[in-house]
Design a binder for this molecule. Structure first.
Ligand SMILES: NC(=O)c1ccc[n+]([C@@H]2O[C@H](COP(=O)([O-])OP(=O)(O)OC[C@H]3O[C@@H](n4cnc5c(N)ncnc54)[C@H](OP(=O)(O)O)[C@@H]3O)[C@@H](O)[C@H]2O)c1
Length: 346
């Protein structure tokens, strides 16, 4: 059982000075609260600051974190974030991340940004999808943990991947790297997300009465996560996200072509090899994974079926707020500071 940790209060001052100091900006949001939940119980860090959206923000309770986190929220203060933390987690809208990050790096903090602001390397794509981000800080690491382990220990700036891209790339990259995705064949990603993926601010299409009892496609040929997936894969994909009446979780059903005669067992060997050292990827094989088994966890579960013609279907699931956001960010932090990758996440 972990002991609850507060911001700079009596309960933290007895901790060893060597603990990494961490702060969360955007702590009142869905992803930010997940960060607080993980970091407050994390034995390797000291949570020094948690901020809400503006310098004038009034204090407010976070009932879900009662008796987990006993600290209090502070108004947004970029100087305090840079001064009081070795690593700053940004769980903010893209525009706010793009604005704050340079100052934080300048102040000497390392930054893990959960927004999309620093994910796209191509300047033209960034201009379309994240126009507020002029340049990427030198050495920005795209923090898909399982595929960026070597770069994380020295990273000063980590762009945490999007939730759909994490779901999709973890399933696709092993096949791509093994040369099993047939050249020129379509990669079709049919993905479904719970409504928390849209954040806490109410919008017409995310109201209960709009979502409950329905299912809809959105962002067809026009979603920034499609571009991010293509960047990670280095080839075109057809990506269609859907909104489903769930609170949290993503399920991606991915249609690919592999060499005819490929077997499920051979695909299994490829996945086993790719993820032999990956504590948060669980391979389910032909027993296809389900959202309910990963909700509130940092696991990504991947299953697959193969037809003798070479048609393969991959199914990948994760919790958008954990492995798709805050959990992966903490996993990245663990590797940045040399801690066990699983610390604070199981
Ligand atoms: N939701 C997901 O599944 C998910 C997954 C991966 C990545 N992300 C990304 O993570 C980021 C946070 O997402 P979320 O779902 O947690 O959003 P959210 O629930 O809407 O929370 C947004 C947070 O940012 C703060 N904020 C809003 N406007 C701000 C501004 N102009 N300046 C500074 N702070 C501001 C809010 O503070 P107040 O409460 O004071 O308004 C709140 O703490 C987004 O960039 C999102 O794209 C989300």
């Amino acid at each position: 059982m972990h002991s609850p940790v507060a911001t700079e209060t009596a309960s933290t001052t007895s901790r060893p000075a060597a603990l990494t100091r961490v702060a969360v900006a955007g702590a009142t949001g869905y992803a930010g609260q997940e960060l607080l939940r993980a970091l407050a119980r994390h034995p390797g860090v000291r949570l020094t600051l948690a901020t809400s959206s503006t310098a004038e923000s009034a204090a407010r309770p976070l009932p879900a974190l009662a008796k987990i986190w006993t600290g209090s929220l502070s108004p947004l203060d970029v100087d305090a974030l840079g001064r009081d933390a070795d690593i700053v987690f940004l769980a903010l809208p893209d525009t706010a991340s793009a604005e704050l990050t340079p100052a934080l790096l300048q102040a000497g903090a390392r930054v893990i940004d959960i927004s999309g602001a620093f994910r796209l390397r191509d300047a033209a794509s960034r201009k379309t999808w994240y126009p507020e981000t002029d340049t990427l800080p030198a050495g920005t690491v795209y923090g898909l943990t399982e595929w960026s382990r070597a770069e994380l220990p020295s990273a000063r700036m980590v762009a945490n991947p999007g939730c759909y891209p994490t779901t999709s790339l973890l399933a696709l990259l092993p096949l791509l790297k093994a040369g099993l995705l047939l050249e020129g064949s379509d990669v079709v990603i049919d993905a479904k997300s719970g409504v928390s993926g849209a954040g806490k601010a109410p919008k017409e299409h995310t109201h209960f009465s709009e979502v409950h009892g329905s299912l809809s496609a959105y962002g067809v040929f026009n979603h920034r996560h499609g571009v991010e997936i293509e960047q990670g894969l280095g080839r075109e994909v057809t990506f269609t996200p859907h909104l489903v009446p769930l609170n949290r979780g993503i399920l991606a059903t991915i249609y690919v072509r592999v060499p005819p005669g490929m077997t499920e067992a051979r695909l299994g060997e490829v996945y086993e090899q790719a993820y032999a050292q990956a504590p948060f990827v669980r391979l389910t094989g032909a027993a296809l994974p389900e959202i309910k088994h990963v909700a509130h966890t940092n696991f990504c579960d991947i299953g697959w079926r193969v037809h003798s013609s070479g048609r393969a279907i991959l199914v990948s699931v994760l919790d958008n707020l954990v492995k798709g956001a805050a959990g992966q960010a903490v996993q990245n932090m663990n590797l940045m500071v040399g801690l066990d990758e699983q610390m604070g996440l199981l």
